[in-house]
Design a protein around this ligand. Structure first.
Ligand SMILES: C[S@@+](CC[C@H](N)C(=O)[O-])C[C@H]1O[C@@H](n2cnc3c(N)ncnc32)[C@H](O)[C@@H]1O
Length: 244
């Protein structure tokens, strides 16, 4: 992973990303949970056709980064139709969660085509997961952070279930990509309906948290998205007891 290491923000309590908005604007993701489920159930049959290839380089970079860590366990959040499942190491225990039963049904078919692999898939809201603290060595978030209803809640849950000093890998579009308009032009109406956003800030959603930023890599055509590697430096706030 070509990298741009930066010092993590640390020491002070991370402010809630939404609370930082003083302009009266709506929170960063406008889609409530039931809308996410409806949208992805509705578009599950088209998803791979529209977003499969165009976002594949980012997925591949993410699974390669995960594989290099040789993790015993991986949680993929927003596993969708399971496009990444084949890319994880064969020896890793892989758990995928998604809100949309129809997306997950396709992931189940992909998992069934990978015999001998330890893959478990659950319909679950990743903003309130059933897993105990520190359950996974590595947690991956391909194209889900800007779609989930409350990104800061998702981050809190991901940090809770990832073990201390485990790795969190995020692939997402962040505002500032000069070429986002190309993507929007290509698939605008569907992008709107599945909650993709062009105004998703790196500072507001990544730098605001007190995890350790290890590397950032531009991925996808024209550097449309970024792969972000984070070390899950944990404090007492990253446990179930502190969940709000
Ligand atoms: C843009 S798709 C990404 C799918 C897949 N990861 C990929 O690489 O193409 C976002 C997925 O995240 C799921 N999702 C959104 N919010 C979620 C949440 N809070 N918990 C679990 N899944 C969520 C959606 O149902 C959808 O399948």
């Amino acid at each position: 992973m070509s990298s741009t290491p930066q010092a993590a923000q640390s020491g002070k309590s991370a402010p809630d990303a939404h609370a930082a908005r003083h302009d009266g604007a709506p929170p960063p993701s406008a889609m409530p949970e039931d809308s996410v489920v409806r949208a992805y159930d509705r578009y599950a049959s088209l998803y791979d056709f529209v977003f499969g290839s165009v976002l594949e380089p980012g997925r591949r970079a993410m699974t390669q980064a995960a594989a290099a860590l040789q993790p015993a366990s991986v949680l993929e959040v927003g596993v969708g139709t399971g496009l990444t499942l084949a890319g994880y190491p064969a020896h890793s225990r892989v758990v995928g969660v998604d809100l949309s039963p129809d997306m997950l049904e396709r992931a189940r078919q992909r998992a069934a085509a990978l015999p001998g692999r330890d893959i478990a898939l659950h319909v679950m809201n990743a903003e309130a997961m059933d897993f105990p603290d520190d359950s996974f060595d590595c947690v991956t978030l391909p194209y889900v952070l800007s779609v989930t209803p409350q990104p800061s809640r998702l981050v809190a849950e991901v940090r809770r279930v990832c073990r201390p000093d485990g790795t969190i890998l995020i692939v997402n579009h962040f505002s500032g990509s000069r070429f986002w308009w190309l993507m929007e032009r290509a698939v605008r109406s569907m992008a709107d309906r599945v909650g993709f956003r062009s105004d998703f800030g790196f500072e507001e959603h990544i730098l605001v948290h007190d995890w350790q930023l290890q590397a950032v890599q531009s991925v996808n055509l024209f550097g449309l998205s970024r792969l972000v590697m984070l070390r899950n430096t944990k404090g007492p706030r990253n446990s179930r007891d502190s969940r709000d």
